[in-house]
Design a protein around this ligand. Structure first.
Ligand code: F6R
Length: 240
């Protein structure tokens, strides 16, 4: 695991952006794994800015998002599909047909999970996967206790995660109770992983990750077993 210290959120986002762009330039058909939430917003802004300056095109990029809520239509303002459109996709030249998210409205959710796995496989796998860190160590929506050999699956969201995400909804009751998420093994198959961590409220989780104990009780700890992980953490998250 490679650790990079960033001055602040902005610096973390730029550092991550440069790594993503480097990877994009190195490949004719780049495949990115993307996250939602507060953490990668600055990264998306940076990637948009570089596009607007003519430094990069996403025309041939394929993207796979980590997760999506169950029973929230894609056009709902809080769906991750909507988030991705608003924060990234609609500002760049990525092609709709190349942006993948699990469909939380699918009639058969189990089938949808398998379909998502085969779409990732058909694309040749994710090259660079961007991750945020949950306060309880979750990655994607893989909550503590999720087996390390899990593939894309439906998950019941923990109360703590629903509370953490309630800030995006009018009330806690409206936060969905389930989501589809890439599994831990699915995430671990990406060739490179970028874990972004920012802010005081991630301090404890980051400190626990740094301890280096690998346990299903703290999902992000599995990243110690991946050969190519970069953690970009800002000084606040590092407790400096
Ligand atoms: C988002 C995701 C989650 C978040 C995590 C941190 O697609 O899969 O694992 O990365 O909950 O969220 P933020 O960045 O909002 O603190």
């Amino acid at each position: 695991m490679e650790w990079m210290e960033a001055e602040d959120y902005q610096d973390m986002s730029e550092k991550a952006g440069e790594i993503v762009l480097e990877e994009m330039r190195a490949r004719s058909l780049p495949t990115l794994g993307l996250a939602t939430g507060s953490t990668p917003e600055g990264l998306y802004q940076y990637l948009i800015m570089q596009y607007q300056r003519g430094k990069v095109s996403y025309r041939k990029t394929r993207t796979f998002n980590l997760d999506e809520y169950v029973d929230l239509p894609w056009e709902h303002p809080n769906s991750y599909y909507h988030y991705m459109k608003e924060k990234f996709f609609s500002h760049v030249d990525v092609q709709d047909k190349n942006t993948y998210l699990p469909d939380g409205m699918a009639e058969n959710l189990e089938k949808e999970c398998m379909k998502y796995e085969s779409e990732i496989a058909a694309a040749g796998g994710v090259v660079t996967q961007v991750l945020g860190l949950g306060g309880n160590g979750h990655i994607g929506f893989n909550e503590p206790g999720t087996p390390f050999d899990s593939r894309t699956h439906v998950v019941d969201l923990k109360e703590s995660t629903r509370r953490a995400n309630a800030r995006f909804f009018p009330s806690l009751e409206e936060v969905p109770k389930q989501a589809i998420t890439m599994g831990i093994e699915t995430i671990m198959e990406s060739k490179r992983i970028l874990l972004l961590v920012s802010g005081r409220n991630k301090r404890e989780a980051l400190a626990r990750l740094m301890e280096g104990e690998v346990s299903e009780e703290f999902p992000a700890s599995v990243l110690w077993r991946h050969p190519n992980v970069q953690v970009i953490a800002d000084r606040e998250a590092l407790g400096k």
